[in-house]
Write a protein that binds this ligand. Structure first.
Ligand SMILES: N[C@@H](CCC(=O)N[C@@H](CS)C(=O)NCC(=O)O)C(=O)O
Length: 208
């Protein structure tokens, strides 16, 4: 039985839940992180020494790092799934988005999300927010260009890349109080992935 530790308003947990939905994989979930705590307890740290969420437990196998969890789920439970094809170039092209999301996109989008969603308006540093927003807008603009002529991030097929970037995209399109530049390719792609059941079930909620 698969157990996923982590609260449902964490983008990194949402990716994992969405992937389980794509693979029609049953699991149980235990709330942890922020207001739920638990991720600083010794038992949790013994599973995941980073103290972050999500953590996956699959019988006697424990894994942390959301994108590693996604790869594991498909490799172990979705062998013929197109989410993460085995052909090296196709797989590497997906991997680069997964790596880029954690190395570049998340560090850029996090301050904007926290300022607009998790910081009271009166306590916001508006100058910093404006420059943080411009920085992340550049990344979404790059994605908009990449998506020109593409149905999904890696062409015709929906993959792990769409799950990962799609979960962050909710935090671009879902925040209020900023003026987003028009990014038509990105918007078309977003409306396409928003039809996935896993997105509707696990990502498409007011941001908290
Ligand atoms: N690179 C890690 C990042 C994990 C991470 O930063 N998780 C956040 C939630 S998105 C967290 O644990 N925050 C502390 C908390 O919720 O208490 C991953 O992708 O799993």
């Amino acid at each position: 039985m698969i157990t996923i530790w982590g609260r449902t308003n964490s983008v990194n947990v949402q990716k994992v839940l969405w992937c389980c939905d794509e693979l029609v994989l049953p699991y149980e979930r235990i709330d942890a992180g922020l207001q739920f705590g638990r991720n600083d307890e010794p038992a949790y740290l013994a599973m995941n020494p980073t103290g972050k969420i999500p953590t996956l437990v699959d019988d006697d196998f424990v894994l942390w790092e959301s994108n590693s969890i996604l790869r594991y789920l498909v490799l172990n439970y979705g062998e013929s799934s197109l989410l993460y094809p085995s052909e090296p170039k196709a797989r590497a092209s997906i991997d680069r988005w997964l790596d880029w999301s954690l190395s570049t996109l998340q560090p850029a989008e996090r301050p904007v999300f926290w300022a607009l969603v998790r910081t009271p308006a009166a306590a916001r540093d508006t100058a910093k927010l404006a420059s943080d927003f411009d920085a992340v807008a550049l990344l979404w603009r790059m994605l908009d260009s990449h998506l020109q002529g593409r149905f999904f991030l890696e062409g015709e097929k929906f993959t792990l890349a769409d799950i990962v970037i799609g979960a962050y995209a909710k935090r671009w399109f879902g925040v209020e109080g900023v003026e987003r530049p028009p990014l038509p390719n990105l918007e078309r792609w977003y409306s396409r992935i928003a039809t996935r059941t896993g997105f509707k079930k696990y990502v498409d909620f007011p941001l908290t």
